[in-house]
Design a protein around this ligand. Structure first.
Ligand SMILES: *[C@@H]1O[C@H](CO)[C@@H](O)[C@H](O)[C@H]1NC(C)=O
Ligand SMILES: *[C@@H]1O[C@H](CO)[C@@H](O)[C@H](O)[C@H]1NC(C)=O
Ligand SMILES: *[C@@H]1O[C@H](CO)[C@@H](O)[C@H](O)[C@H]1NC(C)=O
Length: 286
């Protein structure tokens, strides 16, 4: 991780990575999918795959978290040319926020038009159950409040404008398509929609923090996704996101429950196949 603390990259650096990939893939991807913790099997659904280990891709960051494979997989999902990140980069791993979002600009340079983000999240909304899938309709960028926005620093107009709009971060047309897909795929009984709040992690939330986030209007909380979404919107990609509710956050001092990563992985395993089906059906509709 010697180069993990780089805080900004030049257009030429992203371009070098994109060109290297471009020379090695058969077809241009139109959709990029970032697989959250334990959701990497989605990439296995791709047909006619070409894959690259992160460590072999020039300038690409590398994944360190348990449960992430660290591979970029190109191929066809339900008839659409896609690229899947099997393993994402988290701020809590020690990467700069620029490095966390590095792949998104590479996708943009490869001609990707739509970004699909998935994650595992804790449920704050009392109506949510463990195993629910939440369509993300908006986000709260907590690290951004503390000065950790991936667009801080010099703005390169070749990627996007200095002050990008975020009130339309999550594409409303794709959102509707996802709801249709959920009905067709028999996922309605565990489908929710809501606001995702990102915290930097790696600690899970205190009870007081959970109460605060709930008051602020967050329905789910996690440690990823928002930086990638911001960078994607900056360069004009359409974004769709979903959270798998892998645990319910503790809201009560009398509760004996404790947040743990094992519960997250177990729920993910149980619901991952449904989530894959849903994403696959959605991709066909794009
Ligand atoms: C995969 O590649 C084979 C051989 O090149 C081709 O016949 C087939 O149609 C491809 N499948 C898809 C889904 O593109
Ligand atoms: C929970 O569901 C009920 C009934 O649909 C609804 O009235 C209420 O607003 C929901 N609570 C939250 C926090 O979304
Ligand atoms: C849809 O899901 C319900 C409950 O989850 C199940 O009882 C039903 O058989 C499913 N239907 C189809 C067509 O898969």
């Amino acid at each position: 991780m010697s180069s993990s603390n780089e805080c900004s990259f030049t257009y030429e650096e992203y371009k070098e990575t994109a060109d290297w990939l471009q020379e090695r893939i058969k077809e241009q991807p139109k959709v990029a999918i970032i697989c959250g913790s334990g959701l990497g099997d989605l990439a296995n659904l791709l047909e006619n795959k070409t894959d690259f280990l992160y460590k072999d891709i020039p300038r690409f960051p590398q994944s360190t978290v348990h449960g992430h494979a660290g591979k970029l997989v190109f191929g066809k999902l339900n008839g659409k040319q896609c690229v899947c990140m099997q393993g994402r980069f988290h701020f809590y791993e020690g990467y700069s926020i620029a490095k966390v979002t590095y792949p998104v600009r590479v996708f943009f340079l490869l001609g990707v038009e739509t970004l699909i983000v998935t994650n595992a999240a804790g449920g704050l909304n009392p109506n949510f159950s463990v195993g629910d899938i939440m369509l993300i309709k908006d986000h709260i960028n907590m690290p951004g409040f503390a000065g950790q926005n991936p667009l801080c620093g010099h703005n390169d107009e070749r990627f996007g404008t200095r002050f990008p709009c975020m009130s339309d971060a999550y594409d409303r047309d794709i959102f509707r398509l996802a709801k249709d897909a959920a009905v067709e795929e028999n996922c309605s009984s565990f489908l929710q929609e809501g606001v995702y709040c990102m915290l930097a992690g790696p600690t899970f939330e205190t009870i007081a923090e959970c109460k605060m986030l709930q008051t602020l209007g967050a329905d789910a909380v996690g440690m990823s996704t928002v930086p990638e979404v911001i960078v994607a919107r900056h360069c004009g990609l359409r974004v769709f996101g979903l959270s798998l509710i892998t645990n319910k956050v503790v809201m009560d001092y009398a509760s004996e429950e404790r947040a743990n990563h094992k519960e997250v992985l177990e729920t993910t395993k149980r619901r991952a196949v449904d989530l894959q089906r849903l994403v696959s059906a959605l991709v066909a509709k794009l």
